[in-house]
Design a protein around this ligand. Structure first.
Ligand code: ZN
Length: 167
């Protein structure tokens, strides 16, 4: 479990004291869902800025949120075939990006994003606790192209993941 999630769990404990498992799961799920919406805003803006295409419409239900029938109240957020149930900003951002990428491919038949140096489509990877777009091209066997979140300052991203209203 990441530092970020552990910190949040200790904040929850400080604020609410002992709470039931169900209540905790509710908070956990609400936070995951909220992060997913923020992540979607970041990624869909990136798609629009780079391709002029919008990730909207009935064809793409970007947040399909449901309660897991086996595990009870912990909700899972699905984006196409990608899903996430942990309120970890880096992981949520990565999963949302994969879902959006899949949508852009299916719906617009467009490879997004692509490396400007090679002809490859990029894929989500994780580097130095940041979700990044990576290309498999080049002599080194691949290179990181950029962070998924275009705002360079990671601390701004991290501290504004949950309360930031949609831009
Ligand atoms: Zn490349």
């Amino acid at each position: 479990m990441s530092e970020e999630v552990l910190t949040w769990m200790s904040e929850v404990h400080d604020e609410f004291g002992e709470i039931s498992g169900d209540e905790f799961c509710e908070l956990w799920t609400t936070r995951t869902f909220s992060m997913a919406r923020s992540a979607f805003e970041v990624i869909q803006k990136s798609v629009f800025d780079e391709t002029g295409k919008r990730v909207v419409g009935e064809e793409f239900c970007y947040v399909n949120y449901f309660r897991d029938p086996e595990f009870g109240p912990v909700g899972v957020v699905r984006f196409k075939s990608a899903e996430v149930s942990t309120p970890d900003w880096v992981e949520v951002l990565g999963v949302v990006a994969e879902g959006v990428q899949e949508f852009v491919m299916d719906y617009y038949v467009t490879v997004w994003p692509a490396c400007s140096r090679h002809s490859f489509g990029l894929h989500v990877d994780y580097f130095d606790e940041t979700a990044v777009w990576k290309c498999n091209g080049g002599p080194e066997g691949g290179h990181v192209v950029r962070a998924l979140d275009p705002s360079a300052d990671r601390s701004v991203v991290r501290s504004s993941t949950i309360d930031r209203p949609p831009v």
